[in-house]
Design a protein around this ligand. Structure first.
Ligand SMILES: Nc1nc2c(ncn2[C@@H]2O[C@H](COP(=O)(O)OP(=O)(O)O)[C@@H](O)[C@H]2O)c(=O)[nH]1
Ligand SMILES: [Mg+2]
Length: 217
Protein backbone atom coordinates (compact mmCIF):
# COMPACT_ATOMS: atom_id res chain seq x y z
CA UNK A 1 0.00 0.00 0.00
CA UNK A 2 1.24 3.39 -0.88
CA UNK A 3 0.23 6.81 0.26
CA UNK A 4 -1.12 8.98 -2.49
CA UNK A 5 -0.36 12.67 -2.36
CA UNK A 6 -2.84 15.38 -3.26
CA UNK A 7 -1.16 15.91 -6.59
CA UNK A 8 -1.05 12.20 -7.38
CA UNK A 9 -4.69 11.92 -6.53
CA UNK A 10 -5.67 14.63 -8.93
CA UNK A 11 -3.94 12.68 -11.64
CA UNK A 12 -5.03 9.20 -10.69
CA UNK A 13 -8.56 9.76 -9.43
CA UNK A 14 -10.33 8.22 -12.36
CA UNK A 15 -14.07 7.58 -12.55
CA UNK A 16 -15.41 4.16 -11.72
CA UNK A 17 -15.29 2.02 -8.65
CA UNK A 18 -16.29 -1.41 -7.45
CA UNK A 19 -19.64 0.04 -6.39
CA UNK A 20 -20.50 0.95 -9.94
CA UNK A 21 -20.87 4.70 -9.52
CA UNK A 22 -18.66 7.43 -10.91
CA UNK A 23 -16.67 8.05 -7.77
CA UNK A 24 -13.15 7.10 -6.89
CA UNK A 25 -12.84 4.93 -3.81
CA UNK A 26 -10.30 5.76 -1.14
CA UNK A 27 -9.25 3.28 1.50
CA UNK A 28 -8.38 4.42 5.00
CA UNK A 29 -6.90 2.25 7.69
CA UNK A 30 -8.35 3.07 11.10
CA UNK A 31 -7.02 1.44 14.25
CA UNK A 32 -8.79 1.04 17.57
CA UNK A 33 -6.63 1.60 20.63
CA UNK A 34 -7.42 1.59 24.33
CA UNK A 35 -7.40 -0.53 27.47
CA UNK A 36 -9.06 -3.93 27.62
CA UNK A 37 -12.84 -3.80 28.09
CA UNK A 38 -13.37 -0.16 27.18
CA UNK A 39 -15.55 -1.34 24.30
CA UNK A 40 -13.33 -1.22 21.20
CA UNK A 41 -14.73 -4.41 19.70
CA UNK A 42 -18.26 -3.43 20.66
CA UNK A 43 -17.93 -0.06 18.91
CA UNK A 44 -16.66 -1.72 15.73
CA UNK A 45 -19.43 -4.30 15.92
CA UNK A 46 -22.09 -1.66 16.49
CA UNK A 47 -20.84 0.45 13.61
CA UNK A 48 -20.46 -2.35 11.10
CA UNK A 49 -23.28 -4.74 12.14
CA UNK A 50 -25.50 -2.30 14.04
CA UNK A 51 -25.75 -4.75 16.91
CA UNK A 52 -24.48 -5.20 20.44
CA UNK A 53 -23.48 -8.42 22.20
CA UNK A 54 -22.50 -8.59 25.87
CA UNK A 55 -19.56 -10.74 24.97
CA UNK A 56 -17.86 -10.72 21.62
CA UNK A 57 -15.53 -13.54 20.62
CA UNK A 58 -11.87 -12.65 20.46
CA UNK A 59 -10.74 -13.22 16.94
CA UNK A 60 -7.15 -13.16 15.78
CA UNK A 61 -6.02 -10.01 14.06
CA UNK A 62 -9.16 -8.79 12.42
CA UNK A 63 -10.51 -5.88 10.51
CA UNK A 64 -13.93 -4.87 9.36
CA UNK A 65 -14.69 -2.73 6.36
CA UNK A 66 -17.41 -0.16 6.12
CA UNK A 67 -18.15 2.20 3.27
CA UNK A 68 -19.11 5.83 3.50
CA UNK A 69 -20.66 7.42 0.42
CA UNK A 70 -19.78 11.06 -0.04
CA UNK A 71 -20.91 13.27 -2.87
CA UNK A 72 -17.59 13.15 -4.65
CA UNK A 73 -16.05 9.92 -3.48
CA UNK A 74 -16.49 6.66 -1.70
CA UNK A 75 -14.53 6.08 1.48
CA UNK A 76 -13.78 2.57 2.58
CA UNK A 77 -12.80 2.35 6.23
CA UNK A 78 -10.71 -0.63 7.20
CA UNK A 79 -11.32 -0.80 10.94
CA UNK A 80 -8.61 -2.74 12.75
CA UNK A 81 -9.44 -4.24 16.10
CA UNK A 82 -6.96 -5.80 18.49
CA UNK A 83 -7.17 -9.41 19.57
CA UNK A 84 -6.80 -8.39 23.20
CA UNK A 85 -3.03 -7.99 23.10
CA UNK A 86 -3.41 -4.55 24.75
CA UNK A 87 -3.79 -6.53 28.00
CA UNK A 88 -0.08 -7.34 27.81
CA UNK A 89 0.89 -3.86 26.58
CA UNK A 90 2.11 -5.52 23.45
CA UNK A 91 0.25 -3.85 20.62
CA UNK A 92 3.16 -3.63 18.25
CA UNK A 93 3.79 -0.81 15.86
CA UNK A 94 2.98 -3.14 12.95
CA UNK A 95 -0.62 -2.91 14.11
CA UNK A 96 -0.84 0.80 13.52
CA UNK A 97 1.72 1.11 10.76
CA UNK A 98 0.23 2.90 7.79
CA UNK A 99 -2.87 3.95 9.72
CA UNK A 100 -4.69 7.06 8.53
CA UNK A 101 -6.88 7.32 11.60
CA UNK A 102 -7.05 6.12 15.18
CA UNK A 103 -9.81 5.95 17.74
CA UNK A 104 -8.40 6.24 21.26
CA UNK A 105 -11.13 4.69 23.34
CA UNK A 106 -11.59 5.00 27.08
CA UNK A 107 -14.37 3.85 29.39
CA UNK A 108 -15.96 6.88 31.04
CA UNK A 109 -16.74 4.77 34.14
CA UNK A 110 -13.03 4.14 34.66
CA UNK A 111 -10.69 7.10 34.97
CA UNK A 112 -7.58 4.97 34.62
CA UNK A 113 -8.55 4.10 31.05
CA UNK A 114 -8.39 7.78 30.10
CA UNK A 115 -4.82 7.93 31.43
CA UNK A 116 -4.03 4.88 29.35
CA UNK A 117 -5.51 6.57 26.29
CA UNK A 118 -3.17 9.51 26.90
CA UNK A 119 -0.24 7.08 26.86
CA UNK A 120 -1.44 5.63 23.56
CA UNK A 121 -1.50 9.13 22.21
CA UNK A 122 2.16 9.57 23.11
CA UNK A 123 2.99 6.36 21.27
CA UNK A 124 1.11 7.53 18.20
CA UNK A 125 2.89 10.87 18.35
CA UNK A 126 6.22 9.01 18.21
CA UNK A 127 5.16 7.13 15.09
CA UNK A 128 3.27 9.78 13.15
CA UNK A 129 3.60 13.41 12.23
CA UNK A 130 0.56 15.46 13.28
CA UNK A 131 -0.71 15.73 9.70
CA UNK A 132 -0.33 12.05 8.96
CA UNK A 133 -3.07 10.67 11.14
CA UNK A 134 -6.51 11.73 12.31
CA UNK A 135 -7.02 10.91 15.97
CA UNK A 136 -10.27 10.89 17.89
CA UNK A 137 -10.68 10.50 21.62
CA UNK A 138 -13.79 8.46 22.41
CA UNK A 139 -15.39 8.18 25.85
CA UNK A 140 -17.53 5.05 25.63
CA UNK A 141 -20.41 3.72 27.80
CA UNK A 142 -22.57 6.85 28.19
CA UNK A 143 -25.43 4.51 29.09
CA UNK A 144 -23.75 3.88 32.47
CA UNK A 145 -24.44 7.43 33.67
CA UNK A 146 -24.54 6.45 37.37
CA UNK A 147 -21.05 4.99 37.23
CA UNK A 148 -19.40 7.87 35.39
CA UNK A 149 -15.88 8.76 36.64
CA UNK A 150 -14.81 11.06 33.82
CA UNK A 151 -16.79 14.24 33.19
CA UNK A 152 -17.52 14.98 29.55
CA UNK A 153 -15.68 18.29 29.84
CA UNK A 154 -12.50 16.56 31.04
CA UNK A 155 -12.39 14.38 27.95
CA UNK A 156 -13.30 17.28 25.74
CA UNK A 157 -10.74 19.67 27.21
CA UNK A 158 -7.95 17.15 26.87
CA UNK A 159 -9.00 16.43 23.28
CA UNK A 160 -9.11 20.12 22.44
CA UNK A 161 -5.69 20.75 23.99
CA UNK A 162 -4.21 18.13 21.67
CA UNK A 163 -6.34 18.91 18.59
CA UNK A 164 -8.16 15.59 18.67
CA UNK A 165 -11.73 14.96 17.64
CA UNK A 166 -13.86 14.04 20.62
CA UNK A 167 -17.13 12.24 21.20
CA UNK A 168 -18.83 10.29 23.93
CA UNK A 169 -20.54 7.14 22.74
CA UNK A 170 -22.41 4.06 23.81
CA UNK A 171 -21.97 0.91 21.77
CA UNK A 172 -24.76 -0.58 23.87
CA UNK A 173 -27.45 2.05 23.33
CA UNK A 174 -26.08 3.08 19.92
CA UNK A 175 -25.26 6.62 20.94
CA UNK A 176 -23.12 8.59 18.46
CA UNK A 177 -21.30 5.52 17.20
CA UNK A 178 -22.02 6.16 13.57
CA UNK A 179 -21.22 9.84 14.09
CA UNK A 180 -17.71 9.34 15.35
CA UNK A 181 -16.68 6.88 12.62
CA UNK A 182 -18.24 9.17 10.05
CA UNK A 183 -16.53 12.28 11.42
CA UNK A 184 -13.13 10.60 11.46
CA UNK A 185 -13.62 9.20 7.96
CA UNK A 186 -14.55 12.63 6.65
CA UNK A 187 -11.63 14.39 8.32
CA UNK A 188 -9.22 11.74 7.00
CA UNK A 189 -10.59 12.48 3.56
CA UNK A 190 -10.03 16.19 4.08
CA UNK A 191 -13.44 17.44 5.01
CA UNK A 192 -13.57 19.96 7.79
CA UNK A 193 -15.98 18.74 10.43
CA UNK A 194 -17.30 20.99 13.14
CA UNK A 195 -18.35 19.26 16.33
CA UNK A 196 -20.78 21.42 18.29
CA UNK A 197 -20.69 21.45 22.11
CA UNK A 198 -23.49 18.90 22.32
CA UNK A 199 -21.27 16.65 20.22
CA UNK A 200 -23.31 16.78 17.08
CA UNK A 201 -21.68 17.18 13.73
CA UNK A 202 -22.10 20.61 12.27
CA UNK A 203 -21.49 21.98 8.81
CA UNK A 204 -19.08 19.94 6.80
CA UNK A 205 -17.09 21.48 4.04
CA UNK A 206 -14.94 19.62 1.60
CA UNK A 207 -11.54 21.25 1.48
CA UNK A 208 -8.92 18.96 0.04
CA UNK A 209 -7.92 15.36 -0.28
CA UNK A 210 -5.13 14.94 2.17
CA UNK A 211 -4.32 11.28 2.41
CA UNK A 212 -5.61 7.81 1.72
CA UNK A 213 -5.04 5.02 -0.67
CA UNK A 214 -6.83 5.03 -3.98
CA UNK A 215 -8.39 1.64 -4.53
CA UNK A 216 -7.12 0.00 -7.67
CA UNK A 217 -9.78 -0.95 -10.14
N1 LIG B 1 -22.85 -0.68 29.35
C1 LIG B 1 -22.02 -0.76 28.29
N2 LIG B 1 -21.21 -1.80 28.17
C2 LIG B 1 -20.39 -1.85 27.10
C3 LIG B 1 -20.38 -0.84 26.10
N3 LIG B 1 -19.45 -1.17 25.17
C4 LIG B 1 -18.92 -2.34 25.55
N4 LIG B 1 -19.47 -2.76 26.71
C5 LIG B 1 -19.17 -3.98 27.48
O1 LIG B 1 -17.83 -3.87 27.96
C6 LIG B 1 -17.17 -5.12 27.89
C7 LIG B 1 -15.93 -5.04 27.02
O2 LIG B 1 -16.32 -4.74 25.69
P1 LIG B 1 -15.37 -5.08 24.45
O3 LIG B 1 -16.01 -4.52 23.25
O4 LIG B 1 -15.03 -6.52 24.42
O5 LIG B 1 -14.08 -4.23 24.86
P2 LIG B 1 -12.60 -4.27 24.25
O6 LIG B 1 -11.80 -5.16 25.14
O7 LIG B 1 -12.13 -2.86 24.34
O8 LIG B 1 -12.71 -4.76 22.84
C8 LIG B 1 -18.20 -6.12 27.36
O9 LIG B 1 -18.82 -6.76 28.45
C9 LIG B 1 -19.19 -5.24 26.64
O10 LIG B 1 -20.47 -5.80 26.61
C10 LIG B 1 -21.28 0.27 26.26
O11 LIG B 1 -21.35 1.21 25.46
N5 LIG B 1 -22.07 0.26 27.39
MG1 LIG C 1 -11.79 -6.38 21.90
Amino acid sequence: MELVSLQDMAQTAVPGSSLGNNHPTYIYKMVLLGSTSVGKSSLAYRYVKNDFKESLPTVGCSFFTQTIQLETATIKLEIWDTAGQEKYHSVCHLYYRGAHAALLVYDLTNKETLNRAKQWLMELEKEFLPDEIVIALVGNKTDLADEREVAAKDGEEFARSRSLLFMETSAKSNHQVNDIFMAVGKVAFGIHVILTPNWEMGTAMETQLVRGVLESE
